[in-house]
Design a protein around this ligand. Structure first.
Ligand code: MRU
Length: 345
């Protein structure tokens, strides 16, 4: 990739501001934890694994910037930062998973001294970043055999390098298949209301010179009816024990359409997206965002003033509609409950 989604710069966290893409490639330098929480909340950085990395780096940054040498005070102030990170976005479990990893180091090491804890926290955040890239590569390796020459792959939202530390999950599979010499084309749902498909997925694929066609979200059914799609590949924000999968709003409709038209529907996600504490998708918290994202387009009103609107950012696809889940540990097939438990250590 010619860009870095997120980078540790020692005294700051550098984030590629995804709100400005594709018009402008502008980096945001976050010099304290609250700028990182703000970047996550406002979706300057977004995508389940990427916000996990951002939260971890935000905590590491807060640790580095803490002046206190008193372990108890240091611990208390970082606990507060962890709490604030958890409150940024509720659906993607990777965020909570990353904060838990950081909090564990904090709890284990702080009595050894503030300096050592700072070092360990920075190291852990960098590990999370590095591991995520390796995991994405493995997802690509396992998933690439699902794509054949001449395929027409539909994807939703952005599950690419921009949504992760690098490379991507669903797009990682596409990159791996392409790198192997397979030739196929991709349809990118534009993904209302934030347009991650049109703005971000298309931007990534154009850079990689992979043929991509943007379609509006309501075109998928017709494309499938015309036999124009033979594989659907999406990412995930949280997967419950039974395989029910939360992903960007609109994913559920695609899964239903896929079932009707006999098109295989695959989810690509790292095991950090599995939440085995939840029985089913009914328990997954679904973020609701400002209705202005629906009633306005980039600040411009597109609906009558004062009209009601509804803006859930995610939906849940029942496991029965999912063919298999592509993880860094391989392709997980049904029964998901048994097979997901086996791979999550
Ligand atoms: O609201 P977003 O843009 O953070 O939603 C992102 C998605 O729904 C992605 O598909 C998901 O996080 C997987 S990213 C590898």
């Amino acid at each position: 990739m010619k860009f870095k989604t997120i980078e540790w710069k020692g005294d700051r966290v550098r984030i590629l501001d995804q709100r400005r893409l594709p018009q402008e490639v502008r980096y945001l330098d976050c010099r304290d934890a609250s700028s990182v929480t703000q970047a996550i909340r406002t979706m300057a950085i977004r995508g389940a694994p990427a916000i996990g990395v951002a939260a971890a780096m935000g905590i590491a940054l807060a640790a580095k910037k803490t002046l206190s040498h008193q372990p108890e005070a240091f611990h208390k102030s970082l606990e507060k930062v962890c709490r604030e990170m958890r409150q940024t976005r509720p659906t993607a479990v990777n965020l909570f998973w990353a904060v838990d990893r950081m909090k564990k180091i904090l709890d284990q090491v702080y009595t050894h001294g503030v300096d050592e804890t700072k070092e360990r926290l920075v190291k852990e955040a960098l590990n999370i970043l590095k591991e995520d890239i390796e995991i994405n590569r493995k997802i690509g390796m396992f998933g690439k055999r699902l794509i054949k020459n001449g395929d027409r792959v539909l994807t939703h939202c952005n599950a690419g390098a921009l949504a992760t530390a690098g490379y991507g999950t669903a797009l990682g599979v596409i990159y791996a298949a392409w790198a192997e010499g397979k030739r196929f084309c991709v349809f990118a749902d534009e993904t209302r209301p934030q347009m991650q498909g049109a703005r971000l997925t298309a931007w990534e694929l154009v850079q990689k010179k992979i043929p991509v066609t943007i379609v509006t979200d309501n075109m998928a059914g017709w494309l499938m009816e015309k036999g124009q799609v033979n594989l659907v590949l999406v990412g995930a924000d949280r997967i419950a024990r039974n395989g029910d999968t939360a992903n960007k709003i609109g994913t559920y409709s695609l899964a239903v359409l896929s079932k009707w038209h006999g098109v295989p529907f695959y989810v690509a996600a790292p095991t950090s997206t599995l939440d085995l504490t939840l029985d089913s998708g009914l328990d997954i918290p679904i973020e609701e965002r400002d209705i202005r994202e629906v009633t306005h387009f980039r600040g411009y009103p597109i609906a009558p003033k004062g009209v009601k609107a509804f803006n859930p950012a995610f939906d849940v696809t029942p496991h029965s509609l999912v063919h298999a889940i592509i993880t860094e540990k391989g392709l997980i097939r049904k029964p998901f409950e048994k097979n997901l438990k086996r791979i999550k250590v």
